[in-house]
Design a protein around this ligand. Sequence first.
Ligand SMILES: *[C@@H]1O[C@H](CO)[C@@H](O)[C@H](O)[C@H]1NC(C)=O
Length: 277
Amino acid sequence: MKYLFLFWLFVIAVASEEQRCDVVVIRGDKYEKQVLKTDVHAPYQLAMDYQTKTLFFSLSAEVGGKTVLKSAYFNLRTNEYGEISGINGGMANAVDSLKHTVYLGGKDGIYEYDFTTKKAKNLGITDSSIWQMFFCPVHGLFFTTYKPDEKSFVYHDEQVQPVAGLTDTRTRLIAVGEHHDIFFANSSGLFIYNMHTNVFINLGDYNVNGFARDVNGKLYFSCPNGIFFPNDIQKKIEPLVLVRDNSIYGVTFDGDNNMIYASEDSIVRLVPTTKTC
Ligand SMILES: *[C@@H]1O[C@H](CO)[C@@H](O)[C@H](O)[C@H]1NC(C)=O
């Protein structure tokens, strides 16, 4: 009995030691996990505003027995967090850094975030239920509509147009790669579409839940099982982070190009470190 007790003590000591180890190794480099925000349920579609260092994302809440999606923000400089009011639902987020406009997608269209009032205002450019958005400085604001239609559009020069070449295909999420190829995901997987050659390439059966560009314009995407990036030249996908517990909800990058990802109840940043544990 005495020995059994000692054995348990040992196991507990090891377990708590492991919890303190917050260093992960990615492609040979060490990163420390910084938990930025906890108590956020299912944070999806992260988008970063570099100018104010504010992260925008959606989250789920239970209201009267029903799950509702909400838009929220978290300021990395001040740690201020809040849910954004004035929006009906709230799933999609995208930032135009040049104009310093934050777009939020709700059930009845696209909204703009007002930094002063911290409220969203419907821009009246569509009345569709928005599922995802991606801002491209060249082509404009891409967005997809919610099930069952899953259509893709681009908003540019105050006009909404269907994305040329994709009118006959379902698109749940859409993004533009470094070399202006269109990446899109639907329930069949991830595809790349070349606007000039009209060619579709199936990149694999990825269950994409978010796209993000880093500060250099390189495209990444997240799936429940990890974070990946397309190797545009070889037209294949490379993994950056793989997790065993399907816990990744989204990815983005801060202004210093540190990766930020969401898991079921928190938002974490990975910063380079020399620490060992
Ligand atoms: C997803 O897109 C591809 C490429 O356009 C298409 O072949 C496939 O049928 C689509 N999947 C669904 C479920 O519509």
